[in-house]
Design a protein around this ligand. Structure first.
Ligand code: IMP
Length: 429
């Protein structure tokens, strides 16, 4: 039975939530493998809108959901989300949702440091979501993290928090001149979280392995996008985890032979929140129109997303970095009404044509997109369910994207609703 990874090819917000929700119908388990509540997935089911930050979107389909060891989890946010979904009649109990005992906990000092750091950086800030993601991954790497397994034993947790806070408070006070954090308060607060969350904590690697051996299908749900990857993204304007498909394995504890396909989500244009390079960014009325029609505001922070034309240099980068087997084009309907649609196929760097994304951001800053112009369409396509029924110019656009990325399109999303989708090839069936 195929296990499939879904990742974003651009800078996040490609519409992964809707596609995971759609494909979850044919999966038994949906597993998240990285990131934290910096992610925000918006799904619309039967006109009802759901936003989730941590719980995999498969929960809406009643599937088993997994929060892997690769995540950093803010327990307060997770509990709020569990309650919010439960209020909407969705089962979010420990029989449906599992949390890896190795996943790291976001602590109050992570958020304090994230925000103090961004404030101190002023104009050079990354534009993080301020959720403590970076400082939490930082502690994981320096072996000062607190994991879910530590929540189980109160004495271990108590001691660990006191030792770590000693150092964090020094850093907060002396370096940032920021308020310090009271260890007793943190311990008390997290004890309350532990009471509710410990029943969810398990050895995810073992459980997934058993499920896979029973023939159950797993859908791995990526967060953010390829160009926010800590190694392969536009460093330092990136998030703190590996967002590429390979991390689906280490982020839950299974081997690569269990992965059978990788779907890359491509928004029909490009968006980015936060700072960092964006060669095809538009600063004109077209960019504003796309932003408005696409309702391009961050699901997590509500920030206005920067908008631009589709950049196939970065999508090709994502094809290679993730080993994509298929593409999912989202928000195609948003491009309707544009007389001309541009697609970037290379960069012009001081007269030289570059077909690969440069690592050096100083070079990226001097890159001008090389565009192809394609004719647009005016028709509303949200009710169309077959590729051949799309307006000719929309079909031409899709065919050109396939040519430029050398990757087939498996799914086309023509609206936010679950039904507003053209499925050409469902890799899970
Ligand atoms: P952090 O992940 O909060 O540390 O933020 C680092 C960068 O990644 C910032 O530019 C954020 O705006 C961006 N980012 C983090 N999560 C997402 C996401 O889910 N979608 C889009 N951008 C994100």
């Amino acid at each position: 039975m195929p296990n499939i990874v879904i990742i974003g090819t651009q800078w996040g917000d490609e519409g992964k939530g809707k596609i995971v929700d759609l494909l979850a119908e044919n999966a038994d388990i949906v597993a998240r493998f990285q990131g934290g509540n910096n992610a925000g997935h918006t799904m619309v089911v039967e006109g009802q809108k759901f936003i989730s930050h941590l719980v995999p979107s498969g929960i809406l389909q009643g599937k088993h959901c997994v929060i892997g060891n690769g995540l950093v989890v803010d327990p307060a946010v997770l509990l709020k989300e569990i309650d919010y979904l439960a209020e909407k009649g969705i089962n979010t109990g420990p029989d449906k949702l599992k949390i890896s005992e190795k996943a790291h906990l976001i602590m109050p000092y992570h958020k304090a440091i994230d925000n103090a750091r961004e404030q101190k950086k002023g104009d050079n800030k990354i534009g993080t979501t301020g959720r403590g993601i970076g400082p939490c991954y930082e502690d994981k790497a320096t072996r000062r993290g607190v994991r879910f397994v530590d929540l189980i034993d109160e004495t271990v947790f108590d001691e660990r928090v006191r030792t770590i806070l000693d150092e964090k408070n020094f850093y907060l006070k002396q370096y940032f001149n920021a308020p310090t954090i009271d260890p007793d308060q943190v311990i008390d607060e997290y004890k309350r979280y532990a009471e509710r969350l410990v029943p969810y904590v398990t050895n995810v690697s073992v459980e997934l392995d058993q499920a896979i051996h029973k023939g159950e299908q797993v859908l791995f749900e990526g967060a953010q996008g390829t160009h926010l990857d800590i190694d392969h993204g536009t460093y330092p304007f990136v998030t703190s985890s590996n967002t590429v498909s390979a991390n689906a394995c280490s982020g839950v504890g299974i081997g690569p032979r269990h992965i059978h396909g990788v779907l890359g989500i491509v928004k029909a244009y490009t968006t980015r929140v936060g700072a960092g390079p964006f060669p095809t960014e538009l600063f004109d009325a077209v960019g504003d129109a796309i932003q408005e029609k696409g309702a391009e505001f961050g699901a997590t922070t509500g920030r206005r997303r920067r908008c631009g034309w589709l950049d196939t240099v970065i999508v090709r980068n994502a094809v290679r970095l993730n080993g994509l087997t298929g593409l999912v084009i989202t928000k195609l309907d948003v491009l309707g009404g544009q007389e001309v649609i541009k697609v970037c196929n290379a960069y012009d760097y001081k007269g030289e044509t570059l077909s690969e994304f440069p690592t050096d951001l100083k070079i990226v800053a001097d890159c001008k997109p090389v565009y192809e112009s394609l004719p647009g369409w005016d028709e509303d396509i949200r009710d169309i369910r077959r590729r051949e029924d799309l307006p000719e110019n929309a079909r031409r656009y899709l065919a050109r994207v396939e040519e430029l990325t050398e990757t087939p399109i498996d799914i086309i999303s023509v609206g936010p609703g679950r039904q507003e989708t053209i499925v050409l090839n469902n890799p899970l069936t």
